[in-house]
Ligand binder design. Structure first.
Ligand code: HEM
Ligand code: HEM
Length: 180
């Protein structure tokens, strides 16, 4: 069994968009002076793209089954739980980013891809926008840690276990699939 083409496409699009986002957030956005302000519209545009990909993925995923594998129930549960955790964490990063966005009073709101103005998030609970921006930055590290474990697991499957798990996400078909 292999992952559906749509799931594979959206998985690797997530990786590409997330890599671009991280490169910008830890690169030019940290520059001097107005760098943060200047790069924030692109940061939020890529963020909105990631959100769209994740929502589409989750919708598609709800109609798709994970490849059937001869593993224990526990391993299946642990894998499903970890993947769910990845989805929840990335969504939390996106939502706290939005809640943490507050342009200065005299500034017009940033525009997504130069067109749609970013809607301002409502004030939520006890945390201020600054508070959410702080949580946003901390959650990014948690997400990166989880992604690191995920990539490590994929590498172990690829290099040590050689059980076709990586293939199922890259090419879609395990090497041992019967032909004809
Ligand atoms: C997965 C997607 C995202 C990642 C990985 C990410 C990552 C980051 C990182 C690492 C920073 C800190 C940059 C620094 O240290 O200077 C940051 C800041 C920020 N992000 Fe995101 N972000 C994402 C999505 C979003 C979204 C969707 C929004 C809003 C719609 C957003 C709004 C912000 C804002 C407003 C700041 C500045 C916080 C401040 O004023 O200190 N982010 N982001
Ligand atoms: C280079 C980086 C990455 C590699 C090599 C990789 C590899 C893989 C592989 C091999 C699978 C299939 C697992 C299985 O069949 O049990 C998978 C699934 C998955 N990956 Fe990744 N991945 C990467 C990055 C990411 C990132 C950044 C995310 C962030 C959300 C992510 C989220 C997921 C999820 C949620 C699944 C389960 C499939 C689904 O429910 O959509 N991966 N990944």
């Amino acid at each position: 069994m292999h992952w559906h083409f749509g799931i594979r496409l959206l998985h690797w699009l997530t990786v590409a968009a997330l890599a671009a986002q991280i490169a910008i957030a830890f690169g030019p956005m940290r520059g001097p002076g107005m760098a943060m302000m200047n790069w924030l519209p692109l940061h939020m545009s890529i963020g909105a793209t990631i959100l769209a990909i994740i929502v589409l993925r989750l919708c598609w995923r709800s109609f798709t089954r994970a490849p059937a594998r001869p593993t224990s129930r526990f391993v299946r549960f642990a894998t499903a739980f970890f993947h769910m955790l990845l989805y929840v964490t990335i969504l939390a990063v996106l939502i706290t980013g939005w809640l943490g966005y507050r342009p200065m009073p005299f500034m017009p709101p940033a525009r997504l891809f130069g067109t749609l103005p970013v809607p301002l998030a409502p004030s939520v609970g006890a945390l201020s926008a600054r508070g959410f921006a702080f949580v946003h930055q901390k959650l990014v590290w948690i997400m990166l840690g989880l992604v690191g474990i995920h990539v490590l697991a994929a590498t172990v499957h690829l290099g040590l276990l050689r059980d076709g798990v990586m293939r199922s996400m890259v090419f879609g078909r395990p090497k041992t699939a019967s032909r004809g």
